[in-house]
Design a protein around this ligand. Sequence first.
Ligand code: NAI
Length: 518
Amino acid sequence: MAPALEKGSIVAVIGSGAMGSGIAQVAASAGYEVHLFDTRPGAVAKAIDDINAMYGKLTEKGRMSGAEAAAAAARLHCVVDLHEITKAALVIEAVVENLDVKQMLFADLESLVGDDCILATNTSSISVTAIAAKLRRPERLVGMHFFNPVPLMALVEVISGLATSGHVADTVFATAAAWGKNPVHAKSTPGFIVNRVARPFYAEGLRLLSEQAADPATLDAVMREAGGFRMGPFELMDLIGHDINFSVTQSVFNAYFGDPRFMPSVHQQEMVNAGFLGRKSGRGFYRYGDAAAKPAPHTEPAQARPESVSISMEPGVTKAVTGPMELRLKSAGYTVAHRKPLPNAEHNEAPAFHCTGAAVFLTDGRTATERANANKHPDTVLYDLALDAASAPRIALARADQCSDSAYFAVVGMFQAAGFAVTLLDDVPGMAVMRTVAMLANEAADAVNQGVCSAAAVDIAMQKGVNYPRGPLAWADTVGMAQVVTVLSNLAATYGEDRYRVSPLLRRKLANGTTFHG
Ligand code: NAI
């Protein structure tokens, strides 16, 4: 491990827009001398004013003392001519996202700075290898990918191109940590970690919408209140902007030569075509503005509490998922009976719960209708994954087409008696949370399998870069490799699409009986 650059070292930040000014703010408050440069007249002066205003707010909130704010402000310097940065120990580029511009800028910088100076790019989508390719010493260039807004987002992806030296990547890693950030190492590959592994969060949401599983407000509520995500995919895409979100998906899809894993959504393309870009245009999946009321999610009306529920463990499903649900139902006053396999089930399949005749299973990637048919048990209802079934406020259900109203309503009444708001999704394979989590874990496993990053790094990245409530691989550990592989295999069988192919690393973990995080 290389040490961090020393406090007081000169850090030049090129580009003083949204990212550059955030990086400058963080570096100066961590004790580094920041020299800020921008080609746009007045841009740096404005950025420094804005940063000082931020320091003022932090002082008011008691997060910085007045003396600390004054010292940090004194460490911010406006660069008029690039020749002023010859003594920089680190130069971070945050200019326009264009390969030619970045290559030309780094060629200029290389001729100005000393031999030991590290060159870093904040690119979010361009190959770090390509940016470094024209340098005399490409080994000194590394990706330092911050997230917006920089002062609030802890993650920094430290991206090594093919030529980047390990010492340079380690120095930048240690320096980001010294700035209070949470760095992770990653190899320069399309989307790096977060912009690649997050794709299924949006894509599966868009596919669920296209397949009419439910409306956006309902799917968002399920992802938030059952899945534990801070925002559902539709409200998040509206916040990001559909033009930006669609173009990131397209760029990752193209960069992976059309791998169907990353296929963009026709539905989202239509949103872009319509100019329904989200919050910034006043309309996306939701309407914004004074008169706009957010639609309520679909929630089943109250049903009578059924008395007869027997609870058993499903074979192949980890206790970590069904256990908390079982406990919650028990604490709602339901008694536990012995496991009762369905009389006509082909594989002796036992549901998690029998509820006045209805068989209730955790989704395994098949539809309820298919499962009812396989078990010759029409009254079949599926429930979706929850981050923590012991405390989730909402649960999603899917009912088989053959399921009787009386059996379905009894199941609704059972979950309501345990305190859940119940949402019915149309009978789509894998439901919402399970399908999304399985695909996030699949992508995370492939990133690890392909040497992009470690299992620990991908989980930190998704928690710190996009605020996921749990890392996708930790989630796979909890749900169980067998269940994740089954869900993905069933999705692959249903859709016949390579998109749902199972990561070899998930299969390997299943076969050798290990987990990602021990
Ligand atoms: P921005 O448009 O807010 O700022 C870019 C700044 O660079 C502008 O002030 C512009 O005048 C200046 N500039 C352009 N060419 C220049 C040059 N040759 N020399 C000096 N200054 C130059 O852009 P933003 O959002 O700050 O993005 C900057 C970089 O960070 C891009 O590569 C972007 O992909 C990346 N990034 C952006 C994120 C975001 O959420 N905005 C997140 C992570 C990375």
